[in-house]
Design a protein around this ligand. Structure first.
Ligand SMILES: [Zn+2]
Length: 200
């Protein structure tokens, strides 16, 4: 059942403190589970509706940038880092896994437009609970020139093939501020084929 405004939980940060407002836990009546053959009680359902507060911390800039049409990676710029100096990380890593120093932001948008390729893929016809993507979901692993990691995303148009050139698209209209604001389409896809709210 869709919630009314009074049944939603909202959070703001004021003077460095989280300020929750509204309802974060909603109780619903439970139901018994009876064995139809014996008439005996076997258990109960346990309806729970809760709003989870998920803090992004140092990754917030990555999710905020998706809604602005930017793919922000990070790069180790510690000259003393033995193995990962100038390594670019996408997905975003706040800290370098080799020298453990804080990484710097690195704008990967243009590199992604020019070099993104499907490394591998998997097509999922049945999803788990709370899925928000259209089925079948075409999950793709994306590689970028000069990037030492591989990104998991999904293809929004066409059929994936290993080695296929793809370009990023971003949900710049009414973004969700989650990872599904980023998707990919085959290179050369016309703008008219993009899902609602997405732009190149
Ligand atoms: Zn490093």
């Amino acid at each position: 059942m869709p919630k009314t405004e009074n049944e939603k939980g909202y959070v703001n940060i004021v003077k460095g403190r989280y300020k929750p407002k509204g309802k974060f836990h909603i109780i619903e009546k439970n139901q018994p589970i009876f064995d139809k053959d014996t008439g005996k009680l076997a258990g109960v359902t346990n309806p729970r509706d809760m709003t989870y507060i998920h803090s992004y911390g140092g990754e917030a800039i990555f999710f905020e940038s998706l809604g602005k049409g930017k793919l922000i990676a990070t790069r180790c710029e510690n000259e003393k880092c033995e193995t990962a100096y100038k390594s670019i990380f996408m997905p975003f890593r706040i800290y370098c896994p080799d020298c453990l120093r804080k990484t710097n932001l690195y704008d990967l948008t243009e590199t992604a437009r020019k070099t993104a390729k499907i490394h591998s893929y998997i097509i999922t016809h049945r999803s788990g609970a709370f899925n928000m993507l259209n089925k079948p979901i075409k999950f793709i692993n994306v590689e970028f020139d000069g990037v030492c990691t591989i990104l998991m995303s999904y293809l929004s148009y066409g059929d994936p093939e290993i080695g296929m050139r793809v370009v990023p698209i971003f949900k710049t209209k009414d973004p969700t501020y989650t990872i599904i604001d980023l998707s990919f389409v085959p290179e050369g896809t016309p703008e008219s084929k993009l899902p609602e709210g997405f732009t190149f």
